[in-house]
Design a protein around this ligand. Structure first.
Ligand SMILES: [Fe+2]
Length: 326
């Protein structure tokens, strides 16, 4: 299938495998979201307002910055996502997903747990506005790439994903193989630290009230409170979603902040590919996501950032879609 075919076909008959869009419950949900969804007065910060972006990031645990990608980059990223999505969906006709029905992780659907081998994800790594923002957030240029991933949801993803953080304290090798922080005294948790790990989601399309905006609960990045499950989550949290946000924007998240996926009851796929970065003082186990040969083609700054994600020069990297990442 060519890229052109991909664009034309990807959103046709792609979702709505669980229930039809005219199901009365879905219609009710659409009306409710149209009327109430979204964080009221959501700030979209200009890419030059670095101090304000840093301030909001530390206050809320996330910040949205607009106009980070130009039209050409938005198009390149959207096409890249569509290519990867096509390959993944070819494995999953029922749209069972791997983050709930009709929901998928880009990293969790890749044999390397990362999409860093893909040129669209490499393009994101070369973005100088992102470098400047992260320098300011971490207070140092010595942060490093953890992975290149993100997620997408299909139209017809009518369920909410439970609120969760993307990282946690180490428990044991089997339960938390990709986590590392542990205080043997039991005094401190990852939540007591400055932000150890930041995710930058890039928007290759507008994010709207109806296409599965991420819900973020402001100010929860350091909270030790119990995270409510779907049954006990208050309605204001369900509606605390990061929208509307335009294509070309980025959402920078402290991954400890409570967040979750929401229904995509639109007619199109919503993708938010990402790059994930560790603070200069933090590391966890990392799996290689790019061959040495491809790594050497990146700019010097991108190579510096991805230095922990590169395979050995003698190693072959087997890439491709899977619904059961190792
Ligand atoms: Fe998450």
């Amino acid at each position: 299938m060519t890229v052109q075919d991909t664009d034309a076909n990807l959103n046709e008959n792609i979702g709505w495998k669980d229930k039809p869009k005219d199901d009365p419950q879905v219609v009710k949900l659409i009306n409710h979201l149209e009327a109430h969804n979204g964080i009221k007065g959501l700030d979209i910060i200009e890419a030059t307002a670095i101090e304000r972006a840093v301030e909001l990031f530390h206050r809320d645990g996330f910040v949205v910055v607009g106009d980070v990608l130009n039209n050409e980059q938005i198009d390149f990223l959207a096409k890249g996502c569509d290519e990867v999505i096509n390959d993944i969906l070819a494995l999953d006709g029922t749209r069972y997903g791997n983050r709930g029905s009709h929901r998928y992780s880009f990293g969790g659907s890749s044999m390397t747990r990362s999409q860093l081998h893909h040129p669209a994800w490499q393009m994101m790594l070369e973005n100088e506005t992102v470098h400047t923002l992260l320098n300011a957030i971490f207070g140092s240029p010595d942060y490093s790439l953890r992975a290149a991933s993100g997620d997408f949801c299909l139209p017809g993803a009518t369920d909410y994903q439970p609120l969760h953080p993307d990282t946690r304290d180490w428990e044991d090798a089997k339960t938390t193989p990709f986590n590392s922080f542990i205080d043997p005294r039991g005094h401190m948790s990852l939540r007591d630290l400055p932000s150890p790990y930041v995710c930058v989601n890039f928007l290759p399309q507008d994010v709207t009230k109806l296409n599965g905006p991420t819900r973020q609960i402001p100010g929860t990045q350091n909270s030790r409170a119990r995270i409510p499950n779907l049954k006990h989550e208050p309605e204001w949290m369900r509606l605390s979603t990061v929208c509307p946000a335009p294509a070309g924007a980025i959402m920078i998240r402290d991954v400890r902040a409570w967040h979750g996926g929401t229904p995509n009851v639109s007619d199109a796929i919503r993708s938010i590919p990402n790059l994930e970065f560790y603070a200069p003082w933090f590391r966890e186990p990392i799996v290689p996501g790019i061959t040495y040969q491809d790594f050497k083609k990146l700019s010097p700054r991108a190579q510096e950032l991805a230095k922990f994600c590169v395979a050995d020069s003698s190693e072959e990297l087997i890439t491709g879609p899977t619904l059961q990442a190792p």
